[in-house]
Design a protein around this ligand. Structure first.
Ligand code: URP
Ligand code: ZN
Ligand code: ZN
Length: 459
């Protein structure tokens, strides 16, 4: 029942302290130096960093796009999360049948997630807007759905008037509106032009969705959110410096309830990944990879606090059988890439070890802010008495190179193959239970619990 983690370098959202963490009944009960063991099981963490378990607020487990199903279900994807130091996920539910109410996908996803091994929540998805949908937004608060994703492109894109109606309702209820910001009309126009000119290799996927396509949509959403009375707006998977400039401008003009999420792929990878017409398919995602200048702008945004969170947008499709459908026509390649297992390690190595961020900044972006913004703090996202004992121990001395062979994501590639990292998650604990050790999952299928999320904490 009692565990004591001793001698750790503890990274909370606000500070680094050397000391011990006492865990009782699945919760953190004390954080202090020199806590007496008093019969507790002791884990000696000397020389290691102890962080809150990761909170990944952007996954797509078991996503069915109609054309392809994501390679990871809730079991395999959450095992991968656990082995990588992530103990909570908030999944973006896929679209349901045309015309369905909001509750439909919530029921479907409760079934899909039964085997999940980490604690989980769901973002609602809005694919059409009418009076019933707006009423459902209120009703679903009681089922823990306090955020919604809207798409401005793909099959169920929303028109501006519908976005505005949802934002007004969200503002009234205190809910978070997450938006996939890309200008659909420009994508359609550019794609048609590129394909007509025989430009169908992966690099043209990026050209069909340039940074202006994202930035225009970000700016439009900011303005709509303002018109809706400052509805809370969370821009998912921000990929460009230009998109970030739009957010900074809105903030400069006094708009407060605006939040930006980026992902490791937009911090670390760039459009050169598209050069090979076969390998480039692995990196087809929307928005696409950008330039090193965009990478730097997003790192800078994280350091300055203009970018709040790092999610993964984990949306894995098999390279050999699914992504390869896009060989010879990038529009036939299912969009998305894996990343749920590598996020914490990459952010530790590339963020902290390379001096771009302090460790509390990594904790803020990967754990604390997503927990607050999506209504699961203070239970999740930090190391403090009363919080769930969701923890990850990272050994900074381990140097390795990321390879598919060592990962648990059920997909036949990683975008980070061969990436050199310093520091590895060596132990993951969830609600006081060790669930992963040295890259092996040691927990039980179905141990994760559904999180009935509260309202976002915007401050
Ligand atoms: O390409 C991507 N990002 N696929 C996943 C769905 C989404 O838009 O988040
Ligand atoms: Zn999206
Ligand atoms: Zn996504």
């Amino acid at each position: 029942m009692k565990t004591l983690i001793t001698n750790a370098q503890i990274a909370t959202s606000t500070q680094m302290v050397q000391g011990d963490v006492l865990i009782e009944h699945g919760k953190i009960s004390r954080v202090a130096p020199g806590i007496a063991a008093g019969g507790a099981r002791v884990i000696d963490a000397a020389g290691k960093f102890l962080l809150p378990g990761g909170v990944d607020a952007h996954t797509h487990l078991d996503l069915d796009t109609g054309a392809a199903r994501a390679a990871d279900d809730f079991l395999s994807g959450s095992i991968a999360a656990a082995c990588g130091g992530t103990t909570t996920i908030i999944d973006h539910m896929g679209f349901g049948p045309k015309g369905c109410g909001l509750e439909h996908q919530v029921d479907v996803y409760h079934e899909l997630a039964r085997q999940c091994v980490v604690d989980y929540g769901f973002h609602g998805v809005i694919q059409h807007v009418d009076a019933t949908v707006l009423e459902d937004m209120q009703r679903l608060i009681a089922r823990g759905i306090t955020s919604y994703k809207l798409y401005l492109t793909y099959g169920y894109k929303l028109a501006d008037a519908d976005v505005l109606a949802v934002m007004q309702k969200a503002q009234e209820l205190g809910l978070m509106v997450c938006v996939h910001c890309e200008n659909d009309a420009s994508i359609a126009f550019l794609t048609k032009k590129l394909l007509a000119a025989g430009k169908s290799a992966p690099r043209y996927h990026a050209q069909s969705r340039p940074v202006q396509c994202e930035a225009e949509a970000v700016f439009r959403m900011l303005m709509l959110a303002k018109m809706a009375g400052e509805a809370p707006l969370y821009v998912v998977h921000l990929s460009s410096g230009l998109g970030l400039q739009a957010i900074e401008l809105a903030r400069h003009n006094g708009q407060q309830h605006v939040f930006a999420e980026t992902c490791p792929q937009y911090l670390l990878l760039n459009e050169s990944s598209y050069e090979d017409k076969r390998e480039g398919l692995k990196f087809i995602m929307s928005p696409p990879l950008r330039t090193a200048v965009d990478n730097a702008a997003l790192w800078q945004g994280l350091a300055s606090g203009q970018v709040e969170t790092v999610g993964t947008d984990h949306c894995p499709f098999q390279f050999a059988t699914q992504k390869m459908q896009g060989l010879g026509n990038f529009t036939k390649c299912p969009n998305g890439a894996p990343g749920v297992e590598t996020r914490m390690q990459l952010m530790f190595s590339e963020g902290f070890m390379k001096g771009r961020l302090t460790l509390p900044q990594v904790v803020q972006a990967c754990c604390t802010r997503p927990a607050k913004l999506f209504g699961i703090a203070p239970q999740k996202g930090d190391i403090a008495p009363g919080a769930d004992a969701d923890l990850v121990l990272i050994d900074p001395t381990v140097r390795s190179s990321i390879t598919k062979a060592h990962l648990h994501e059920r997909v036949d590639y990683t975008p980070y193959e061969g990436w050199e990292v310093q520091g590895a998650p060596v132990l993951t604990m969830a609600r006081g239970e060790v669930i992963a050790e040295n890259g092996t999952f040691v927990g039980k299928a179905g141990r994760g619990v559904y999180l009935e999320r509260g309202l976002p904490k915007l401050g």
